[in-house]
Write a protein that binds this ligand. Structure first.
Ligand SMILES: [Zn+2]
Length: 502
């Protein structure tokens, strides 16, 4: 008997002994609540010990640094999922509570509605590999905490960027729902990718800050290092319990570099398509070129979480922008140029067919004001762009509409909680607690070595404090159980295969 199986036998024995203790308590002295509590604790401890010895955890690890939680996951899909669920169990339970509350609040639909959509519409079209990984997450989570979440909960949760803001408005329109809530597709993120004469070393530089509500954003603090049995190794930021980066920023071991910004005022959904979170994960795992990436994203495009994907291939020095609408899409590519994003579509066909409400000429809107700032900033720094400069750009507070420094909804580092205007294009009301919640940057050399830089919190280093915010803005009181302080950490380097510092 090896040490592993001895530990397992010991753990099983503990469960049996724990059960005997309950029987004893039930039959002996008057049943007391404290005896029962002790019993529950004993079973929980035994379950945790048994789970910790599961052979599927082999090779997995977790550590925390700079405000981030880094996890290394490896093996077949079921093992990758089990490790994810086990290592991040407390964060998944907490993230699920915050995200599901937001989905229910915004759509005025109950959670059963989302479970049904996940089960009937999304699950049948998820590749077997990712079904196994999602099932593995549930098993790891349950083994660790005794969680009641099942795979339908997890699939609906993984689709949190696509079900509430793409599927539900499409459904409301179709069912001619009276008094349907005003749901808008999100406008997440500021990003760029540059190459050739634009960068200091002539190779690719890529940077991204994640815009979302602070409730979710404060929890978007995972660095996933995944070595899957099939496909390429991946290093990406992400959300606990979700299999895609989802904000998105990632690199793979074949040299593909991926980020995106979301298309403002996008409308459309195809119920027969494949979930976006599955396509995005698959593309990062299996694409070794810009063409392969595009092919995977187009296969079964459901219109969910429609993005302008910014791509780089460090092997060729080529960068690309895939503007992925549902009715239309366009791919631009170059070996000497810069492509930036701040939530605006630019292809005339995509603008006309997929974002009919978006006004590309309104210089006061968040997407367009940031577009002007990216043009200024990138042109001023042509030939000098590197990772250190990219980090500074992600924290930029220049408002091009008012021509002054003022951290608000129009600055690359967004602080919408400081804006009396909010962002009407995304239905973000005045002083909405949302904006840039973290930033990442990398270049071709770092990608070759599977390294990225990441900063948790506002990329400028500013802190968001929940208590004074809620006191000043009681209209957001419903978020109180979930809204936390979001304090900025330092820019921190992470690499594939990293182990915790002793
Ligand atoms: Zn800032």
């Amino acid at each position: 008997m090896g040490a592993d199986s001895m530990r397992r036998t010991g753990a099983i024995l503990l469960v049996i002994l724990g059960g005997a203790a309950l029987w004893w308590a039930g039959n002996g002295a008057p049943a007391s609540a404290s005896a029962n509590d002790a019993m529950v604790a004993t079973i929980a401890a035994a379950r945790e010990r048994a789970a910790a010895n599961d052979p599927r955890l082999k090779g997995a690890s977790r550590f925390e640094e700079g405000g981030w939680i880094y996890v290394h996951l490896e093996g077949d899909p079921g093992a990758v999922g089990y490790q994810h669920g086990y290592l991040l169990a407390p964060e998944i339970e907490d993230g699920f509570a915050a995200v599901s509350a937001g989905m229910i609040h915004a759509t005025e639909r109950d959670w059963e509605f989302f479970r049904k959509a996940a089960h009937e519409m999304l699950w049948p079209k998820i590749d077997a590999e990712y079904q196994q990984e999602l099932q593995g997450i549930v098993e790891g989570l349950r083994a660790r905490t005794g969680s009641k979440l099942d795979v339908d909960d997890l699939v609906a949760f993984n689709a949190f960027e696509e079900l509430p803001d793409y599927y539900v408005p499409w459904l409301n329109k179709r069912q001619k729902e009276a008094n349907a809530p005003n749901l808008k597709s999100p406008g997440n993120c500021s990003a760029f990718v540059a190459t050739g004469s634009w960068t200091k070393d002539g190779q690719i530089v890529m940077a991204h800050n994640n815009w979302t509500n602070y409730r979710n954003g404060e929890r978007w603090r995972i660095v996933f290092d995944i070595a899957p049995k099939n496909g390429y190794g991946m290093l990406m930021d992400g959300f606990p319990g979700v299999i895609a980066s989802d904000d998105d920023f990632g690199i793979n071991s074949d040299g593909l570099m991926v980020t995106e910004t979301t298309i403002t005022q996008f409308e459309g959904w195809d119920p027969n398509g494949k979930a976006e979170f599955v396509r995005a994960r698959k593309a990062l795992q299996y694409a070794g070129s810009i063409d392969e990436y595009t092919k995977i994203m187009l296969d079964g495009n459901n219109g969910g979480y429609a993005n302008d994907w910014l791509l780089g291939d460090r092997k060729t020095g080529e960068i690309a922008q895939l503007e992925l609408g549902l009715k239309a899409y366009k791919l631009w590519r170059t070996k000497d140029g810069v492509l930036a994003g701040s939530n605006w579509a630019r292809d005339t066909k995509v603008l006309k067919e997929d974002t009919p409400q978006f006004d590309p000429n309104n210089k006061d809107s968040s997407p367009n004001a940031r577009r002007v700032r990216w043009e200024e900033l990138l042109n001023e720094n042509k030939g000098k762009i590197d990772v250190a400069l990219a980090e500074k750009m992600l924290g930029d507070h220049s408002d091009t509409a008012e021509k002054k420094e003022d951290a608000n909804e129009r600055t690359l580092c967004g602080h919408v909680d400081g804006s009396r205007r909010g962002v009407k294009e995304w239905d973000w009301q005045p002083y909405y607690p949302g904006g840039a919640v973290q930033g990442k940057a990398t270049d071709a050399t770092m990608t070759k070595e599977m390294r990225i830089m990441a900063r948790m919190g506002h990329p400028c280093g500013g802190d968001f404090l929940a208590k004074p915010f809620l006191a000043a803005h009681p209209e957001y009181a419903w978020q109180e159980p979930y809204l936390r302080d979001m304090k900025a950490g330092p820019w921190t380097e992470f690499r594939s295969g990293q182990t915790p510092k002793e």
